[in-house]
Write a protein that binds this ligand. Sequence first.
Ligand code: ADP
Ligand code: MG
Length: 458
Amino acid sequence: MREGLWQAVLGEIELTVSRASFVTWFKNTALLKEKDGKLIIGVPNVFIKQQLERKFNSLILETLQKNGVEDLGVEYKIYTPKVEGGGVKKDTDEDVEILNNPTTKTQPRTNQTSSLTHSYRQGLNERYTFDNFVVGSGNELAYAACQAIATSPGTKYNPLFIYGGVGIGKTHLIQAVGNAILTKNPSAHVVYVSSEQFVQEFLDAIRFKKNTDFAGFYRGADVLIVDDMQFIAGKEKTQEEFFHTFNALHQANKQIIISSDKPPKDIPTLEERLRSRFAWGMSIDMQAPDFETRCAIIQNKAVSHGITLVSDVVEYLANNVQTNIRELEGALNQLLAFCEMRELEPSLQVAQTLIGAAQTRPKHISAKQIIERTAKYFQIQVGDMLGPKRDKDIVVPRQVAMYILRSELHLSFPKIAKELGRKDHTTAIHSVEKIEKESAFDTDIRSAISEIKERLYA
Ligand code: ADP
Ligand code: MG
């Protein structure tokens, strides 16, 4: 019934906040249901829940309003997203019905990506500039070529073909070129499009018989920037169209910039004639930045948040996330938010607990290990924890164990209750909620949780 609503809201929010914020705070959210005049939004953990409540609540409400939801409030609830590739975990006890959840389906991003790039066409995302791009080994060549193009488009490297792995700054850099050109010459017709969007528009143009508009639009560009060229692979008709666009622009000395995750020769089913066109200009292999550059990126981003980080925190982050700058930004954001909420200094220890745990998460731990670790930490017997005792020094550890079962293993509440020998799953719900709340201000509980986790993953 609210089909597409949350998708639309996320699509708009994605345009408003930085990419890293979006990925960190919004990506794994879902509209679960409507209840008592409120939309229940599912979020993966308590940090994200708090952040959405504190920082993004009004943005979310506004965006909902724009999408026609006037009279409903919003409540955030921690939930277990469906996992990709089958293996559906569901909170059977919460009658959670996922109305629409674009980000947890198998092909989650397609819709969002198209709406995103579509708006970008009106203007590039001005967040991506040369000024906030840190230059270092791995990206300096690409940076220099992009600068040269920004200075005199259409003359030197045409086309410029930049390729490299995910999250290393390709989009940032090629958009920075577009932004720089527009700053100098606001009437320049800069067109930025992802190849997916190009394909989609081309198909629409054929379907709605507006092929001439489509061709005209792209052939009228002064600068054409095509991101993620690999997605054009196998689309023969679109490649042919692109080939003609390319020729028209190139002949008129218009600048063409292309990015891809691999070099032209490795894009399967890329037409030979396009391949040879791409070879006319310059191809640059962009590499993940080295350690020093990663440190500089982190320090820069922190400063833009008004925070100066001590060097061991910077180095810890830079060492832990090595190839993907988007993830690096995500880790930093999570750390900063965590510390902000608790009024802590972002220290090495906090970073280790927060990011360290997330990093090593793939390691398999069992419910039994969690219960044993928790009992050990509180120096009580596992048997007591599973038994009927209701003394405070047994009850609290039991609740902490439930909380960790929930946050680390995403078990359903009935399953958590069962693991701890309880019959009634509402006990589990209350326990998890209680610890969630308390850990926000109770340092003892918080350090218990982080220490238990640290040992679990050690
Ligand atoms: P790609 O297109 O290669 O997947 P992006 O350009 O989207 O990667 O970069 C991912 C994120 O990392 C963006 O938020 C971008 O601003 C940031 N980023 C990447 N490289 C740098 C850099 N050298 N300096 C500053 N930010 C960077
Ligand atoms: Mg990109």
